[in-house]
Design a protein around this ligand. Structure first.
Ligand code: UDP
Length: 212
């Protein structure tokens, strides 16, 4: 359709293309370390294939394409039951259930507030870059510490319990955002404490309204 209408094509790709990375932090030149037959592989390989198709359309048909590699993002209006770490921890804290940390919680992620992501995507669309660009917040944190930060926002905080680590769970993930800084003059503005405050305010209000 973009080819027929001479429209710009935008692909929302993911840090999952880096798999369980052997390079840290991950920059866009890293080809990744993905298990092609593991439980995450349908998602990871589908995104990798989507990048390949996007580049093929760009090269062969001259379609104007943009590829953003989105790292873990959070903010108001996430679904509390989507199974990811932040919604799980927030729901558990609100429902006074133990917070379930998988493995020993020493795996890391880097969480980007949603408005920063949107600004990064907008700038990428205005740029002329067709190769992938990482958009994420390089403030890296262990999942155990992340659970603790969320827990600290609740007066009767439930305990943290440890559950088995899912297969192929990436051990470390942190974006190298040099390219976005250089090309888009972009970097995240909202730190984790501020972003968590805004997100938790939203979820506390939602939860209270649902309980009425
Ligand atoms: N995680 C956890 N408890 C949960 C949900 C997730 O400890 O209730 C861990 C998960 O194993 C992973 C990290 O938190 O190491 C981030 O998981 P998420 O699904 O949010 O994102 P992704 O793994 O896709 O980066």
């Amino acid at each position: 359709m973009c080819r027929a209408k001479s429209a710009k094509f935008f692909l929302a790709s993911t840090s999952e293309v880096y798999g369980d990375p052997h390079v840290h932090p991950q920059d866009e030149t890293y080809w990744g370390h993905v298990n092609p037959v593991g439980p995450r592989s349908c998602y990871d390989e589908a995104k990798r294939f989507a990048e390949a198709m996007t580049m093929a359309y760009h090269r062969f048909h001259g379609v104007e394409t943009r590829i953003v590699r989105i790292f873990n993002t959070y903010g108001p209006r996430m679904r509390l039951n989507d199974g990811r770490a932040l919604p799980n921890f927030v729901y558990q804290a609100l429902a006074r259930q133990p917070l379930t940390v998988y493995g020993d919680g020493q795996q890391t992620r880097s969480f980007c507030y949603v408005s920063d992501l949107v600004e990064g995507i907008y700038r990428l669309m205005q740029s002329g870059e067709h190769l992938p660009v990482n958009i994420g917040n390089p403030q890296e944190i262990t999942i155990l510490e992340f659970a603790g930060r969320i827990r600290a926002h609740f007066p009767d905080a439930p305990p943290i319990v440890f559950k088995p680590l899912p297969q192929d769970d990436p051990k470390r993930r942190c974006p190298d955002i040099s390219k976005a800084k250089r090309l888009l003059n972009w970097e995240p503005k909202v730190g984790l404490e501020e972003g968590l405050g805004l997100t938790l305010d939203y979820f506390k209000k939602q939860y209270a309204a649902a309980a009425k």
